[in-house]
Design a protein around this ligand. Structure first.
Ligand code: FAD
Length: 302
């Protein structure tokens, strides 16, 4: 989608927002798949309510992009524009056991920065790519840890009112890869409360988690992490593996031979290839196990 409305184009410089024309989302997502659209890069949180109001008034649909590590984006020209936050300065500010982190900050860097300051708890999140904003939206988690457990406050731009609000952790429900934010709420920053731990102890935990990832995931290949959520009490990866579907493919979209819940772009896969593979695997699991697997990957349809 191209932003054509003169009122929006004229307002962008005053809203500290850069416009990049016809950006390929394939270059901004870890799957390396996706069509083109206009991208707005936003530098000041204070400008966001006005920007979102302006877009809504002119019927410009938009989506929020973090690090693009959990996204499957449609092919071709996209019917929405994409908004992305530029990292604030400082990205992370510490005060005792609390860390205030910009939503655009890299999650891995946040974990290591806190660790070096003897703040632990998030060791399991090391190796989860993407931004802190994306992790909040998804309630990212691994190895028994989820980011929501450490959230004390979230600074968010509420979609309905075009207003920046601070929500307390107790006002938000963080479930398995699901949060109670409204679909169009934009995460701006978070205050985390983290337990004190000596750095060497945290480092030990980080090394163990890194090793577990390296030994089980196709880290050198283009993926979006797990495609499906685990069903209650089960493992999507195990179910797919038991059906002999490792390496099963549709075009260049392929079930990883290392981890059956990771689907990789083994070359020039299109979104259509990946969606066909997802539908096919879901159907086979449904027929064999009577379980309908739910997507963990977020799909941006055309
Ligand atoms: C190799 C690999 C391993 C992975 N391992 C894990 C894992 O162990 N555990 C896990 O939970 N995930 C894992 N993932 C998936 C992914 O890294 C996480 O879901 C991550 O938190 C997504 O963050 P992101 O910034 O890349 O979000 P994106 O992919 O950019 O976006 C994901 C969703 O969040 C929304 N979003 C992003 N930023 C904002 C914002 N500021 N405000 C509002 N909405 C926003 C998007 O609109 C979209 O709906 C893995 C992915 C890969 C490629």
């Amino acid at each position: 989608m191209r932003i054509e409305e003169p009122k929006i184009l004229a307002a962008l410089p005053g809203l500290s927002t850069d416009l990049r024309r016809e950006v390929s989302l394939a270059g901004l997502t870890s799957l390396g798949i996706g069509g083109t659209t206009d991208l707005l890069r936003i530098q000041r949180h204070e400008a966001i309510p006005r920007l979102l109001k302006l877009l809504d008034e002119h019927g410009v649909s938009h989506k929020f992009l973090g690090g693009g590590s959990n996204l499957l984006v449609a092919d071709g020209e996209l019917p929405f524009i994409v908004l992305q936050l530029v990292k604030g300065d400082p990205e992370i500010a510490l005060d005792g056991n609390s860390a205030t982190v910009d939503a655009a900050a890299d999650l891995g860097r946040t974990v290591t920065f806190c660790a070096k300051n003897n703040l632990g708890g998030m060791e399991g999140l090391i190796g989860v790519p993407g931004t802190v904003g994306g992790a909040l939206r998804m309630n990212a988690g691994a190895y028994g840890i989820q980011i929501g457990s450490y959230v004390r406050e979230v600074k968010v731009c509420r979609a309905a009112e075009h207003k920046i609000e601070i929500l307390r952790g107790e006002q938000i429900s963080f479930e398995y890869r699901h949060t109670s934010f409204a679909p169009d709420d934009m995460m701006l920053a978070v205050k985390l409360e983290l337990p004190s731990k000596p750095y060497p102890e945290i480092l030990q935990g980080i090394r163990i988690c890194n090793e577990k990832r390296r030994s089980s995931q196709p880290l050198g290949q283009k993926s979006a992490g797990c495609i499906f959520k685990n069903p209650p009490g089960g493992s999507a990866g195990r179910m797919i593996d038991e059906l002999g579907l490792k390496s099963f493919s549709h075009g260049d979209a392929r079930v990883s031979d290392r981890h059956a819940n990771f689907f990789v772009n083994a070359g020039q896969a299109s979104a259509a290839d990946m969606l066909a593979l997802i539908a096919n695997v879901r159907d086979r699991v449904q027929r064999a196990h009577g379980v309908t697997l739910e997507n963990e990957v977020v799909v941006w349809n055309a």
